[in-house]
Design a protein around this ligand. Sequence first.
Ligand code: NAD
Ligand code: MG
Length: 363
Amino acid sequence: MTGERLLVQRIGDFHYPIVFRKDFASLADEVLTLQKESRRICIVSDSHVAPLYLEEVKRELKKCKMEVMSYILPAGEENKTLEQIQGIYEYLIQQHFDRKDMLAALGGGVTGDMTGFAAATYLRGIDFIQIPTTLLSQVDSSIGGKTGVDFKQYKNMVGAFHQPLLVYTNVSVLKTLPDTEFSSGMGEVIKHGLIRDKDYNVWLTLHREEIMQRENDICLEMIYRSCVIKKTVVENDPTEQGERAVLNLGHTIGHAVEKLKNFTMSHGACVAVGCAASAFLSMKRGWLTKEEYEEILEQIKAFDLPVYTENLCAEEILQTTKSDKKMDGKAIKFILLQKKGYAVVDKTLTDADLLEGIRSVLP
Ligand code: NAD
Ligand code: MG
């Protein structure tokens, strides 16, 4: 079985390591390897994660001979706001944080996006590292450099691209993650296999049991393989001009469902429903066989994720997809599976096609 793993994300001339571990024991070594002159590091965490892991992470970081501080955000997407970012700025100013100091995001995607945004904007940009603690943040949000906050009712409306210096993933923290959060991350994991790696897609089904038990070795291998896919797609298209859009498989319909359900369904569950609809449309296009389509639905269900959604109507979902950001002029950029393990961007689907896809995920 695999031990520790390492990836290097390259964005233009800049590159940073993504390390995969089963504990926090080598965190200080990884930070020291960055050879930064920082005197201080401020860990930004949230009110659920801090009681579980903050003390241990602080203890490890103190081995870097840096002054270690912490700032705790209230947990939850509803707190992913500019007001909370102002709280971070105020704390950093009080502490006389300067351009040589750095932030560390310890938490899920909400903490990572907010800490990254604070780092991107405080003093016109300071360094930060990511220590992601949800499956979703370990396979998705900690990589790629997108940071930001929600603004009024608009999700991720205000933000910046700002790459971390290091992503340190400790898979053992997944043990404390609530089940719905773990499944939510699995929605993105299944998506990764579908868009770029058929072998990985098959591997996930073979290892379902160990994954659901959150066994460290298997989770480490899974998160590593998902990150290879995300990293490669991001490297080919760092600012989302083209290929990166394939990462949105399942997201056009998924986002609409998420919004119409008032965010009561997890993101990954909505993505799973969206993937089921995309798979249906790919089958209709003649790109997937009926057996392959059904295998995709079975896999989604095997990881406790839904393949349909109730109490919504198809027209309402279609209208909502049109207000999504992922639109190119008037044509919807829809992601289809040219085959299992290879996704493409498609701009030719008509409203009638989309309605058919949406109806395939309604009871
Ligand atoms: P989250 O950060 O809200 O974490 C989910 C919940 O789990 C929170 O209550 C959190 O406190 C708790 N938690 C985190 N780690 C835990 C642990 N190890 N044990 C126990 N509880 C733990 O949500 P998320 O799903 O990680 O991320 C969602 C956010 O990520 C959204 O805001 C989304 O917009 C963003 N996102 C960003 C990108 C990107 O590229 N930047 C990509 C995808 C998603
Ligand atoms: Mg997503």
